[in-house]
Design a protein around this ligand. Structure first.
Ligand code: NOJ
Length: 570
C-alpha cells in the first residue's frame, strides 16, 4: 500500500497535469494557410439554429407565463427602438412553414430551445404544467422527425420565468439549481423518447456577464465584480445536476446525450513573441470559455481566474475571493458532466497585457482580467458592431479546446454573421464568404484532429437580437417584420450553404467557384418579391382603415335616412 502522503502527492500531480494541459496548445504557431479543398467525415451533421424568445412570438398565448425577457423588453429604453419579442417571427404558428425551409436546405439537424415559462408558467412544477405549451413542442419535434431532421433541444436560452427572478433573484440564488432540474426532468420525461441531443444552458457567459454584471440583458442587474461570478457558479451546478439526472434516471432508456453550449471569441496575442501578450491572450480565453469548461472537464475554475480574482479581492481588502469556490464533493460532482461540448463562435480579438488597479468599488469582471482587446481595422465587419470576420480564429479556438479538454466531442452550436437593418439586400455575398471561410477553417481543424461532429449555422431566420432588437439580422432567411404575416425570403447564402451541405464540404476549386455565382443569380428574383412586399402590407393597412370607415359611414347615412323618413311620416 502506498503511504498516505504519496497518494496525496499523486493527486496533486494529477491535478497539476490536468490543469496545465494548455501546454499542448502552441501559441506561437498560427498557420493561416490557403483554402483547403476536401470533404467532412461521413455522417457529419449540418444544421441551423434558433431560440424560443428570439423567434416564437406568442409571448402571452395559450397559458405561457412571463419570462425575464418579456418583462425586460417591455421596459422603455432597454432595447434598441423599444423592440420586443412579443410576436417576432411568429414561429409558434409556423412549424410547418419553417420545416419546409429546413428541408429546402437539406438540414440534418435543427437546434431550437424550449421556453421554460411556456411549459411551466411560474417556473415551478408544483404550481402548474401548461399542456398547451407541451403540445407545441410535441408538434415541433414530431414534424422534425417526420422530415428526418434531428432535433437538438436547448433547455435554457435565457428566458428564465419572471416569477423565479422576482421571488429569488434568478441565478443569484442557489435555489435555481433545483428549479432548473425539475424543468429539465419534465422535458426528459415528455420529449426524451424523441429528443436525443440535449443542451442544458446556452452561452452562460452572456447570462452571467450581460445579465448580472453590465445589465445590458435581462434581468438587467449591475452587480459589478460579484454578480456574474455568482450567477455562473449556480449555472455550473445547475448544469451538473441536470446531467446527473439524465445519467441516472433517463440515459438507460432514452440513450441520448447531454451537453452544454459555451460561446467564446478567440483571443490572439498581439505579439506572439511577447510572453506577456501570450499570457494575456490565454487569460482572455480562460475567462471566457475556460470559466465554464474547466470546472465541467477538470472539476474547478481555471487556475488563472482563481489567482487573478483572488489577488484583486485581497487588494480590495476583502476576506475571501469574489470568485466562489467549489467544495471537494462539488468538484467531483461537476467534473465530467458533458457528453458533448457545444461551441458557439463568431469572432476574434487581438489581446495585449494591460494592468487595472483594483480599488474599492471599482472591481469588475473586465478589470479582473488585466488585458486590452484590439481589432485589426482590415477585418470585415458587415453587421453587428462586435462581429469581425476572422476565420482563422475559429480553427485556433477549436484546437485550443482539443488541447485543454482532452479532445471532447464537439458540436458547433452557433456560427454566423449579421447585417444591419438598412440593408434589405438578399444577395448577401459577405455572409456567403463568412460561411465558406469559417466552415473551411473548421474542416482544417478536423484535419488537425479536433473531434467536431456537427455544425449549426446561426441562424435559420432573422429574429429578435436581444438588446439590439431587430436591427441585426443573422438569418439565412430574411423575415419581413413590417408585414404582420412575417413572410420569409431566402437570402443567397441559403443556396450556398445548401451546396456545402450536399457536397459535405468543398469538392474542388472549379465547382466551389461556381457555387457563389449560382447563389447570387437567384437572389435578384427574391429581391424583387421583397421589394413588392411593402405594397402588400400597405394594402392590408388600407383594408384595416377603409373597411371600418366605410361601415361607419353606412350606418350614419342609414340613421340619417331613417330620421328623414320618420319625420316625413309624422
Ligand atoms: C449568442 C446567442 O446565444 C444568440 O442568441 C445570439 O443570437 C448570437 N449570440 C448573436 O448575437
Amino acid at each position: 500500500m502506498l503511504p498516505c502522503c504519496a497518494v496525496r502527492t499523486c493527486h496533486v500531480l494529477v491535478l497539476v497535469l490536468c490543469l496545465s494541459a494548455a501546454e499542448d496548445f502552441d501559441w506561437t504557431k498560427n498557420d493561416r494557410g490557403s483554402f483547403y479543398y476536401g470533404t467532412f467525415p461521413a455522417g457529419f451533421s449540418w444544421g441551423a439554429g434558433s431560440s424560443a424568445y428570439q423567434t416564437e412570438g406568442a409571448w402571452d398565448k395559450d397559458g405561457k407565463g412571463l419570462s425575464i425577457w418579456d418583462v425586460f423588453s417591455h421596459r422603455k429604453g432597454k432595447i434598441l427602438q423599444n423592440d420586443t419579442g412579443d410576436s417576432s417571427c411568429q414561429g409558434y404558428y409556423k412549424i410547418k412553414e419553417d420545416i419546409s425551409l429546413m428541408k429546402e436546405l437539406k438540414l440534418d439537424h435543427y437546434r431550437f430551445s424550449i421556453s421554460w415559462p411556456r411549459i411551466m408558467p411560474t417556473g415551478i412544477k408544483s404550481d402548474h404544467v401548461n399542456e398547451k405549451g407541451i403540445k407545441y413542442y410535441d408538434e415541433l419535434i414530431d414534424n422534425l422527425l417526420e422530415n428526418k431532421i434531428t432535433p437538438i433541444a436547448t433547455l435554457y436560452h435565457w428566458d428564465l420565468p419572471q416569477v423565479l427572478q422576482e421571488k429569488y433573484g434568478g441565478w443569484q440564488n442557489i435555489s435555481m439549481v433545483n428549479y432548473f432540474n425539475e424543468f429539465a426532468n419534465l422535458c426528459f420525461e415528455r420529449f426524451g423518447n424523441r429528443v436525443k441531443y440535449w443542451i442544458t444552458l446556452n452561452n452562460p457567459w452572456s447570462v452571467a456577464v450581460e445579465g448580472y454584471e453590465t445589465g445590458e440583458h435581462a434581468p438587467g442587474l449591475k452587480l459589478r465584480g460579484t454578480g456574474a461570478y455568482r450567477a455562473a457558479h449556480h449555472m455550473i451546478k445547475a448544469h451538473a445536476k441536470v446531467w446527473h439526472t439524465y445519467d441516472t434516471k433517463w440515459r438507460g432508456k432514452q440513450k441520448g446525450l447531454v451537453g452544454i453550449s459555451l460561446s467564446g471569441d478567440w483571443g490572439e496575442p498581439v505579439d506572439i513573441s511577447n510572453q506577456k501578450d501570450i499570457e494575456a491572450a490565454e487569460r482572455y480565453v480562460q475567462f471566457y470559455i475556460g470559466w465554464f469548461a474547466t470546472p465541467i472537464f477538470h472539476g474547478d475554475y481555471p487556475q488563472v481566474m482563481k489567482d487573478f480574482i483572488g489577488r484583486k479581492s485581497a487588494q480590495q481588502g476583502l476576506g475571501t475571493s469574489r470568485l466562489p469556490t467549489f467544495s471537494s464533493q462539488e468538484k467531483s460532482y461537476v467534473k465530467g458532466t458533458c457528453d458533448f461540448l457545444g461551441i458557439g463562435h463568431f469572432t476574434t480579438r487581438y489581446i495585449t497585457q494591460k494592468n487595472y488597479q483594483s480599488g474599492h468599488g471599482s472591481s469588475s469582471y473586465f478589470t479582473d482580467r488585466d488585458l486590452a482587446e484590439l481589432v485589426d481595422p482590415r477585418w470585415p465587419d458587415p453587421g453587428s458592431e462586435w462581429l469581425y470576420s476572422v476565420p482563422w480564429g475559429f480553427r485556433r479556438l477549436l484546437n485550443f479546446v482539443k488541447a485543454q479538454y482532452r479532445n471532447p466531442m464537439i458540436y458547433v452550436t452557433e456560427n454566423g454573421v449579421s447585417e444591419k437593418i438598412m440593408c434589405t439586400e438578399l444577395c448577401d455575398d459577405w455572409r456567403i464568404q463568412y460561411y465558406k471561410d469559417y466552415t473551411n477553417e473548421m474542416l482544417k481543424a478536423i484535419k488537425d484532429g479536433v473531434n467536431v461532429r456537427g455544425y449549426t449555422a446561426w441562424s435559420l431566420l432573422d429574429k429578435f437580437e436581444w438588446d439590439e432588437g431587430y436591427s441585426e439580422r443573422f438569418g439565412l432567411y430574411y423575415v419581413d417584420f413590417r408585414n404582420k404575416n412575417t413572410p420569409r425570403y431566402p437570402k443567397a447564402s441559403v443556396q450556398y450553404y445548401k451546396r456545402i451541405i450536399s457536397s459535405n464540404g468543398f469538392p474542388n476549386q472549379r465547382e466551389v467557384e461556381n457555387w457563389k455565382r449560382k447563389a447570387t443569380e437567384t437572389c435578384s428574383s427574391s429581391n424583387q418579391l421583397l421589394a413588392a412586399d411593402p405594397l402588400t402590407s400597405h394594402m392590408e393597412m388600407v383594408t384595416e382603415v377603409v373597411v371600418p370607415t366605410v361601415c361607419t359611414l353606412c350606418i350614419l347615412l342609414s340613421a340619417v335616412f331613417l330620421m328623414f323618413l320618420l319625420r316625413r311620416h309624422n
